[in-house]
Design a protein around this ligand. Structure first.
Ligand SMILES: NC(=O)c1ccc[n+]([C@@H]2O[C@H](COP(=O)([O-])OP(=O)(O)OC[C@H]3O[C@@H](n4cnc5c(N)ncnc54)[C@H](OP(=O)(O)O)[C@@H]3O)[C@@H](O)[C@H]2O)c1
Length: 188
């Protein structure tokens, strides 16, 4: 089982629009039906993992967004209307144990948001960070950091161009990377 965080992001580095929607929802290609590689990604996944903030909008969706996946939610309470088959827990360590004991060999799609990705990375449980960089600039919104620690080590695995002008980039993750320089090159 691999825990694979996958997030859409604007070309200027925001994972949400300035008003808090996932970056992907602003892409005209998404609105017109482009899947941004999600079908291929989900082929190896059996579970979806997310934070309560990311989960709650699904409760009022017209259709359940994760029909073929076991769903796990990190949050201090179980939101009203949560279907019985969804597993919730307030403790990331316990939720990770539940994920592992339910696992049948498939991967876990860690949907987000940044706080939940940061929580699982802090446990050493984040295997990959997969970004879909959209051909859009937002000028504001939420970033992955600092909730995902800026010293997270990323090792490039692969990339591919997606229809609609986005690029998928896959990194494997480790604990920390080489120190950042303390001063910009121009000031040394
Ligand atoms: N671009 C993308 O692909 C993408 C994907 C997903 C989400 N998003 C965006 O991300 C934003 C939400 O991100 P977020 O980081 O604010 O929220 P989040 O990770 O979705 O959920 C945060 C909640 O998860 C629980 N949680 C997180 N870390 C925890 C920890 N260490 N221990 C216990 N509970 C913990 C807490 O729930 P309680 O408050 O109940 O304690 C916390 O309030 C949304 O605007 C969404 O649109 C973007």
């Amino acid at each position: 089982m691999q825990i694979r965080a996958r997030m859409s992001m604007s070309a200027d580095g925001y994972v949400t629009t300035p008003n808090g929607w996932p970056a992907l929802t602003a892409d005209p290609a998404f609105v017109s039906g482009e899947s941004h590689g999600i079908r291929e990604f989900l082929a190896g996944c059996e579970a979806a993992l997310m934070g309560r903030t990311t989960f709650e909008p699904a409760l009022t969706n017209d259709r359940w967004p994760w029909p073929n996946l076991d769903v796990f939610v990190l949050g201090s309470h179980r939101p009203d209307g949560t279907p019985d088959h969804v597993t919730t827990d307030s403790d990331p360590v316990r939720l990770l144990e539940k994920l592992r004991s339910a696992n049948r060999g498939g991967d876990v799609h860690l949907i987000g948001g940044p706080r939940t990705i940061g929580a699982f990375h802090a446990l050493g449980a984040l295997d990959t960070l997969e970004l879909v960089v959209l051909p859009l600039l937002f000028g504001g919104g939420m970033q992955l950091t600092p909730m995902l620690r800026p010293d997270t080590g990323l090792t490039f695995q692969r990339e591919r161009a997606l229809p609609g002008g986005s690029v998928e980039i896959v990194y494997s993750c480790s604990g920390s990377r080489t120190e950042l320089p303390s001063k910009p090159v121009s000031q040394r």
